[in-house]
Design a protein. Sequence first.
Lengths: 456, 156
Amino acid sequence: MNQKRRLLVALVLTTAATIALAALLVNVFQRKQEEKQVFFRVVELTDDTDDPAVWGKNFPFQYDAYTRTVDQVRTRFGGSEAIPRTPTKADPRSVVAQSKLEEDPRLKTMWAGYAFAHDFREERGHAYMLEDQTFTQRQIVAKQPGTCLQCHSSVYTAMKKLGDGNLLKGFEQINRMPYDQARALVTHSVTCIDCHAPDTMQLRITRPAFIEGLRALKEHEGVKNYDVNTMATRQEMRSFVCGQCHVEYYFKGPEKRLVYPWAKGLRVDDMLAYYEETQFKDWTHAETGASVLKAQHPEFEMWNQGIHARSGVACADCHMPYKREGAMKISDHHVRSPLLNINRACQTCHKWPEAELKDRVETIQHRTFELRNRAMDAIVALIHDLAAARKGGRSDDALAPARGLQRKAQFMVDFVEAENSMGFHAPQEAARILGEAIDYARQGQLALRGEPTLSR
Amino acid sequence: MNELGGASPQLSILLWAVTLAIGLLIGVGIYTFVYARGGSYLTDRPDACINCHVMREQYAGWIKGSHRSVAVCNDCHTPDGLIDKYAAKAMYGFLHAYAFTTGRFPDEIQITPHMHALTERSCLKCHAPIVEAMTVTGAPHNTPTCLRCHSDVGHQ
């Protein structure tokens, strides 16, 4: 009997071991298969397929990650917080991001008289770009052109349709439209087709403003007739596709053409020089009467001045790092702050503990933030002095030098403020810009006192 | 056989079942071992380390690294001595297989403190005569380690 029991136990154990082994065998088989098959083509994609869910049938892993940009996660100096709000008929959003105007009221002084002084919130993920642009209060206080949709929607197919296949013609038409009319032509936030060719999945540029901006920049650097879609390397494209939108821009002329001011270079000084030459202004400052400029999220330009760009590290290397799905290696389409993904984003190159890397980044950001606060104070002080002098009846001629310095200083502070890395993309450059901005504000105050300035 | 066979037909059936089960286990075991290239792990060949794709970056880095012609993976990542070596192989083999099967490991793989120390010691297999004088004076903490500065000699 005893023997029978022992045999029974042996039978059960052996069976369990065989089951476990078979499971392992299947797992090994599965991993080997994953290595071989990258994707299955189950639907046909054309140059008119703008629905990302259709692309997602062929590329489920990329699509799955792409849909995750709905997350609202904070980092120390960036990221969005989910703030509940009561939906209204005009604005059905029940969740928005925190208001940056409330966080720092000095921004209202800096932007007095401009739509941004009414509503400016922390940017949310890609998934919200169209919704947040459609319902911002800025739409109510100012008439916005269709140009906005160049970077707040997947506008590629709409442009093609509008221009009868001619992208440039469609681009020009959509810029000229009132916002509401153009808004009716688009349905999605940025999608697959905005960065990928549907037949080969190769990266490509679909935004005419970037093609033209880069051509102007290359011409300045001595390269004639630069065509980004045929002349850029793959690694360059992994930044250029992001540079289609994460850049400084302005609306040129009554036709509201989207232009990236790169004809003199990518540094803030080069862009200022460009704006000085073209005498462009975004608005007239309500308190001082100065013709001022608003800088907009110049991540691409700032990154270009930093050590990562210099080392050939692309936007996608940190914001869309490679990840493994089983035995497959794909780039993470959940575009987000590298600080939320330090292992994949940073540790590929920097072999240090996560806590150490995060600490390094936040040290840089904290220093930039302190300097930014000083610079913001300097701007506000100049604005107050200018406004007082204006109220006191000082002539436009007498105010002109100080107004010019406000324009410069303000654009430079805004350049760092609007840039979404709190200095990290190019720490020394950010500090230089803020330092010079503080000096311009100081010179502006000197000019008001009638003292000679050292302005270059 | 005689006493079992004579004991009871029930016991005899059970014996056959156990024999069959053990046979199956051995059979599936051998097949899995061969299919998963188990034999390669008993060798020193570096390409055994890229049987699965996880180590490919390290392998590619080694091919381009300064030590490619003087040291293979096992020279730095296993200790000397037959028993120590295969004990380390067995332990890390199990840990790696476990991680890869469950999928629970960071994409940018990280060395364990134990393996880091083991690798650090391996530098001395060849370089001891040169670095002897460097380590004797160091305090127990913050002793300079080889890999602190020469982290890319094995693989980038």
